[in-house]
Design a protein around this ligand. Structure first.
Ligand code: GAL
Length: 792
């Protein structure tokens, strides 16, 4: 996907691709580096260079990034005497070795700009300033050590530290956040750099889906350049998918879509991508002035600001801002009047004409739809369902409840999970046997008791004598689990099995590397008046599942233990499922819809597509409509309340081969795999909503100033599609959003015919938004044109 994503970034107006370097990807085992396939960092950097773009390489090696353990390999934790991210010799030794290794790999390939390559910046550490206080006086020594260690690697290009106001020279301290216009670096010799402009926010399993309106994002970017910014990076421009067990958290979802301008599937998200592209063009029209001088500020009234970049030779560019979140304004600037919508910035590349306003979107919007794909059973080669994989194609293996591996071991007391599994698996079994005579005071009704289990998280499944007795689930705010479940015991031996499951290791916070998981106790059996505490008894432990050990996810093994039996067991826990499917036709991105399943992991042709968890619903409330005006925060704009946080799981086309493919699932809680369906993502509508007050398209700037606004529609590039129909067109006072436009009181009669004539049959079309073209249905009213069209 890299060339396509990088191409779309370049078309969107980016100059630099910023990427983290994940230590745990590249050194999964201490001393064994891995740069193969998707981990081929050199190839990635060269692909960016081939597109003509630069690179900012954020080596870290601590990353955060909602990535498992913040990017640290878990083996690091087991080095004797180690303390992460402080003045600690074992840690510094490893950090230096990995950083030097990455620098060396880049240097060997001559990838630094100082060698003629694309890398113009590198990052050491990540937002250490946010947590530094918790590390005491050693923190400062560590910051200085990091700085001089990085500098000594002699890359010939600058290093940055983000969120590190005390970054020592020559390290440039940079800003991360939703807004960074107020930021100033710690020396006037350093440029004002914004390393993370959060284009949206990440999603948790069990959480609502966050989004950030592009009017606000564009406002933040324009404000940054208005106030002397030099380099701004979107975090994320494309967030993609956390395949495998790469999500951190705990509880970060598999989708890392982030509401980014290029969505999880690699499709441009409109109008976000297009509006930012227009903004980037507008800012680049100001480039000469921006790089020649610092801005001069003038107030145009309360909350109304002008910043002018003007050189003695007369080059002039200006940014006019209305930072009031409620009222639109009309301002006078250099003798002319300008309309400034609330919470917006206008860009004037010649200090006179407005080429762009952050609140007025000229870019088209699109509607995408998920279409179900016909799949065929290979056994019968017949289309069976249109939306489901055929049931007869499924095989299964039951994962045993409790201890089933010879590597199991016994310990007195309860073990912390991460120290026990070293994160080799999400799963750890805790098993104990209890003898019952029937007279125990912790029983009631002769056979029943309450099983009480306390765990550091993240998910706990309990079983008594092989039967499921309940699940406890943490969430991103409180990862701990307290389970109280009524269990029935039998005279004689009873086996209690607890399956503790991690959902991504912590990635953020001071000493995050030490946060534990798993059953830490107490584990009690409680009657009405009495209880026994099993916590310090002898427990049996099993790391991981038997199916993992037998290589069930490895599709090539075609293990004979897969059973095809009618009926297929459904809605019962701990089952591995397997089926064949045909590659969905066409080139549209593919996702699996996991409705019917509850929680587990999925593999396509042996590639893990991540953890799935459609059974975890977002809270019912908190999704009220969101106004882009005013300060944004990660919980301001949320959608999907009451629904599964994630039902669609991306399967990159590159994981799928023509013809027969294999899907393997491990379901923890009990689901029905026959309900799973394959889907493709397709653009179904193009929309535009342009008002007479909008500036002319930024591309018109070089041909003539003061042109009229234009509504532009364009079918997806790289397709042979043309605009086939105009579903809606209205000139006057239409309302609504793409897919649900409505005519207003004021409405010309000829809009549909005019737009049809201009657009149908064409790959793209431009329609001027003016009374000259549409006539005037209502004088002295500001009018808009709204259009929804389809391509085929
Ligand atoms: C920042 C961090 C990033 C990412 C982001 C939130 O604090 O540097 O790596 O975690 O927050 O998405």
């Amino acid at each position: 996907m890299w060339p396509d994503l990088i191409g779309k970034s370049k078309d969107g107006g980016l100059d630099v691709i910023e990427t983290y370097v994940f230590w745990n990807l590249h050194e999964p085992v201490q001393g064994q580096y891995d740069f193969e396939g998707r981990k081929d960092l050199v190839r990635f950097v060269k692909t960016v260079a081939a597109a003509g773009l630069y690179v900012h390489l954020r080596i870290g090696p601590y990353a955060c990034a909602e990535w498992n353990y913040g990017g640290f390999p878990v083996w690091l934790h087991f080095i004797p005497g180690i303390e992460f991210r402080t003045d600690n010799e074992p840690f510094k030794k490893e950090m230096q070795r990995f950083t030097a290794k990455i620098v060396d790999v880049m240097k060997q390939e001559k990838l630094y700009a100082s060698q003629g390559g694309p890398i113009i910046l590198s990052q050491i550490e990540n937002e250490y300033g946010n947590v530094e206080a918790a590390y005491g006086p050693a923190a400062k020594t560590y910051v200085n050590w990091s700085a001089s260690m990085a500098t000594s690697l002699d890359t010939g290009v600058p290093w940055v530290m983000c969120q590190q106001s005390d970054a020592p020279d020559p390290i440039i301290n940079t800003c991360n956040g939703f807004y960074c216009d107020q930021f100033t670096p710690n020396s006037n010799q350093k440029p004002k750099i914004w390393t993370e402009n959060w284009s949206g926010w990440f999603l948790d399993f069990g959480g609502r889906v966050p989004y950030r309106p592009v009017e606000d994002l564009a406002f933040a970017v324009a404000r940054f350049f208005q106030r002397g910014g030099t380099f701004q990076n979107y975090y994320m421009y494309h967030g993609g998918t956390n395949f495998g067990r790469s999500s951190g958290g705990p509880f970060i979802s598999t989708s890392y879509d982030y509401d980014a301008p290029i969505d999880e599937y690699g499709i441009v998200r409109q109008p976000k991508w297009g509006h930012l592209r227009d903004l980037h063009k507008a800012i680049k029209l100001c480039e000469k002035a921006l790089i020649a001088t610092d801005p001069a500020y003038t107030s145009l009234g309360p909350n109304l600001e002008a910043h002018v970049y003007k050189t003695s030779s007369g080059t002039c560019a200006a940014f006019l801002a209305n930072v009031n979140s409620n009222s639109d304004a009309t301002v006078t600037f250099y003798g002319k009047t300008y309309y400034l919508p609330a919470w917006s910035v206008s860009v004037l590349p010649d200090c006179e004409n407005v080429v762009f306003n952050t609140a007025q979107i000229n870019s088209q919007a699109t509607l995408s739809e998920t279409k179900y794909v016909k799949t065929y059973s290979h056994e019968s080669d017949q289309p069976i369902f249109t939306s489901e994989i055929s049931e007869p194609g499924w095989k299964y293996v039951q994962e045993p409840v409790g201890i089933s591996k010879t590597s199991a071991f016994k310990r007195e007391g309860l073990l912390e999970q991460i120290n026990t599994t070293a994160d080799a698996s999400d799963y750890l079994w805790y098993s104990i046997s209890v003898n019952i005579t029937g007279n125990e005071p912790f029983l009631f009704n002769g056979t029943q008791s309450i099983l009480h289990v306390e765990s550091l998280g993240h998910v706990l499944h309990s079983f008594v004598n092989g039967q499921s007795t309940g699940t406890g689930i943490g969430n991103s705010d409180n990862v701990n689990v307290i389970l109280d479940t009524t269990v029935t015991l039998v005279p004689g031996k009873n086996i209690i099995d607890l399956l503790s499951v991690t959902v991504g290791l912590q990635n953020y916070g001071a000493h995050f590397d030490l946060s534990g998981a798993g059953v830490t106790g107490p584990v009690l059996l409680m009657g009405l008046n009495d209880r026994i505490d099993l916590s310090s008894n002898l427990w049996t432990y099993q790391i991981g599942l038997r199916g993992e050990d037998s290589g069930l996810p490895d599709y090539s093994k075609n293990s004979p233990i897969w059973i095809s039996e009618d009926p297929l067991p459904k809605n019962s826990p701990l089952i591995w499922y397997m089926t064949d499917f045909d590659a969905p036709a066409g080139n549209d991105p593919v996702a699996i819809e996991f409705t019917g399943m509850r929680k587990g992991m999925a593999w396509v042709n042996g590639e893990s597509i991540g953890r799935y968890w459609p059974a975890y619903l977002a809270p019912q409330t908190g999704c009220s409509s969101c106004n882009y005006r005013g300060t944004y925060g990660s919980s301001k704009c949320l959608k999907n309340c009451g629904k599964p946080s994630q039902t669609l799981y991306h399967v990159p086309r590159s994981f799928i081969q023509p013809g027969k493919n294999k899907l393997i699932l491990f379901e923890e809680m009990g689901g029905d795999p026959t309900k799973i369906s394959f889907t493709t993502r397709q653009t179904t509508s193009l929309c535009g909503y342009i008002s007479e007050s909008h500036p002319a398209p930024v591309d018109a700037w070089n041909t003539a100033k003061n042109q009229l606004p234009v509504l532009h529609l364009e079918c997806p590039p790289y397709s042979n599609q043309v605009i086939s129909s105009v579903k809606f067109a209205s000139f006057g006072t239409p309302s609504g959003t793409c897919g649900s436009y409505k005519h207003g009181k004021c409405r010309g009669s000829s809009a549909l015919a005019i737009v049809q004539r201009a657009c149908v049959g064409a790959k793209s079309c431009d329609v001027e938004v003016s009374t000259k073209l549409f006539g005037d249905p209502c004088a002295n009213v500001s009018k808009s044109l709204a259009v929804e069209a389809a391509c085929s």
